[in-house]
Design a protein around this ligand. Structure first.
Ligand SMILES: *[C@@H]1O[C@H](CO)[C@@H](O)[C@H](O)[C@H]1NC(C)=O
Ligand SMILES: *[C@@H]1O[C@H](CO)[C@@H](O)[C@H](O)[C@H]1NC(C)=O
Ligand SMILES: *[C@@H]1O[C@H](CO)[C@@H](O)[C@H](O)[C@H]1NC(C)=O
Length: 501
């Protein structure tokens, strides 16, 4: 898919892009805007490039399996998913689906709204299936026997359908119809549950905090909150350390332990099952579409309860009201490092911040790190999964995303900038100038990597990742950094707002 997109790039579009870029650049220069508003002299990516980008937006994952060869292989499989969905929608009239169990043929009352099918795409990103009746989950065979059900369905319960690399690591489940006369009959129940089951996967890119939240946890919250705990989670691709890490959150959503559905010899029976989550948008929820108008603020509230986070709101006066707001610098060790972290911290301290530097990784204790982030009023970090910790920031806190050099605004916008507003987090970009980037030491100024980032983006995610994400460190200009912190201070609420009831 990617390959064909690439070959369709028209040279004419590229030169249009260059003209637009040149116009934008001169506009920027003319209007004497502050440097940071004028830091992308590359114009805007054209639609095709944007589409290609949209489908490849992901954090740098250290997924051992996400290698280039696999990516090639997987491209064939990908087509299947959308095709199934398309097929499904054409048969929507025929697929009489039962949500109010038992009734064999729901009377076609003069309702104008068609019944939902068993499986349907909730967005480009995720398919959700739902059925009620006699449901028997044969987990180790990835089979869900359902009576009644009009036809067989296959689905992958992970909210990343547009991303073949991720989906290649998600187990597919089959929803299989049966009836009282089926032969052979489906296996008999060995465990009966009185509450509904909810089946999901953390295959994909689990372990990368950004993907954990955007692909799994926020959709999970959106899909299961309305059960008020009376739901049994069936997890495919379960890794014990991952479950441990998020157990406090699961405890808020289910009154039961999480079941390892892939490695379970039992036949679990349910009166109702939901397979796969609803997905609205990256790191977010659209309250106008969610049950009960639930929003990402509710998600944050649930996280506060789960991890016992004391602060509802940030304040210029700081957590202890001593006039020292806390600045948290999210550090990175391998790529996209701050090369002058100590100087940055000193600059912050000189401005009256109480400064903390911390680097979360896969093994960080979630609860401890969540509390540290919740104690912060301003959080600064280079684009990367660590910024996902903004979910723990108190309302009104400021997130400063340091955007590495390389025309990456599209990536940084979708991943953190847009989600921040819904999370009640004030957002600021800090766009790294070439002079602040280590790339300047690696390439001559005329090199494509420095002169034409979008040409590099067009070579695909791997090229982009290698050039701008893996091999770039930043040394922030301290005057610019101080100016950014001053702006951040001004954005902070003057004093802590009273806790919500
Ligand atoms: C890419 O994603 C952005 C943000 O989600 C959206 O506004 C834009 O329309 C998308 N572009 C394409 C070409 O899909
Ligand atoms: C589960 O429920 C079915 C139907 O009520 C019953 O036939 C079966 O014996 C039960 N199985 C177990 C293990 O309780
Ligand atoms: C599933 O588990 C049951 C009971 O342990 C076993 O008999 C069966 O062979 C397993 N099926 C698969 C496909 O592994």
């Amino acid at each position: 898919m990617k390959a064909s997109l690439r070959s369709r790039q028209e040279p004419r579009r590229v030169s249009n892009g260059v003209i637009i870029a040149a116009m934008l650049l001169s506009l920027c220069v003319l209007s004497i805007v502050k440097a940071r508003y004028c830091s992308t002299p590359f114009g805007k990516p054209d639609d095709q490039l944007q589409e290609q980008m949209n489908s490849s937006i992901r954090m740098e994952t250290d997924h051992p399996a996400a290698t280039v060869e696999e990516e090639q292989e997987d491209e064939e499989d990908v087509e299947e998913a959308p095709a199934t969905a398309a097929k499904a929608s054409t048969t929507s009239a025929a697929a009489a689906v039962v949500s109010g169990a038992g009734k064999k043929s729901p009377k076609p009352k003069s309702k104008s709204k068609p019944k939902k099918q068993t499986c349907y795409m909730t967005s480009k990103r995720s398919e959700r299936c739902e059925a009620a009746g006699d449901i028997r989950v044969e987990g180790n065979a990835s089979l869900i026997h359902i009576n009644p059900l009009s036809k067989s369905w296959k689905t992958k319960p992970y909210a990343r359908y547009h991303d073949p690399v991720a989906m290649a690591h998600v187990r597919e489940f089959t929803l299989k119809p049966f009836s009282s006369s089926s032969s052979p009959p489906p296996p008999a129940c060995t465990k009966n549950h009185s509450v509904p089951g909810f089946l999901f996967s953390n295959g994909g890119f689990s372990g990368n905090l950004y993907h954990d939240y955007t692909d799994v946890l926020i959709p999970l919250f959106l899909t299961t909150r309305s059960f008020r705990g009376e739901v049994r989670f069936l997890l495919s691709g379960l890794k014990p350390w991952w479950v441990t890490k998020f157990t406090p959150l699961f405890r808020q959503l289910t009154n039961y332990d999480v079941l390892d559905v892939d490695n379970d010899g039992e036949i679990h029976c349910f009166p109702r099952i939901v397979v796969g989550s609803t997905f609205h948008k990256d790191m977010g929820v659209d309250p106008s579409k969610s049950p009960g108008g639930v929003s990402v603020v509710d998600f944050k509230r649930t996280l506060r309860a789960a991890f016992d986070l004391p602060r509802a709101s940030a304040s210029r006066a700081g957590a202890r009201g001593d006039g020292k707001p806390r600045l948290l610098i999210i550090s990175r060790k391998s790529s996209r490092r701050f090369l002058n972290e100590k100087e940055m911290a000193a600059a912050g301290a000189a401005m009256g911040f109480q400064v903390r530097i911390a680097e979360p990784d896969q093994h960080t204790d979630m609860a401890t790190f969540a509390r540290l982030v919740n104690s912060a009023d301003v959080m600064v970090g280079v684009h990367g999964a660590g910024l996902t910790n903004m979910v723990f920031l108190p309302a009104g806190a400021v997130l400063v995303q340091v955007v590495p050099f390389g025309g990456l605004e599209w990536l940084t916008r979708v991943t953190f900038k847009e989600p921040a507003a819904d999370m009640e987090v004030r957002y600021m970009d800090y766009n790294v100038q070439l002079e602040e980037s280590s790339l300047l030491d690696q390439y001559p100024r005329s090199h494509q990597v420095l002169a034409d980032p979008y040409a590099v983006h067009k070579q695909g995610w791997d090229a982009l990742k290698t050039a701008y994400l893996d091999k770039q460190n930043v040394r922030l200009d301290l005057d610019r950094f101080r100016a950014t912190l001053r702006d951040a201070l001004a954005l902070l609420p003057p004093a802590a707002a009273p806790l919500p009831a």
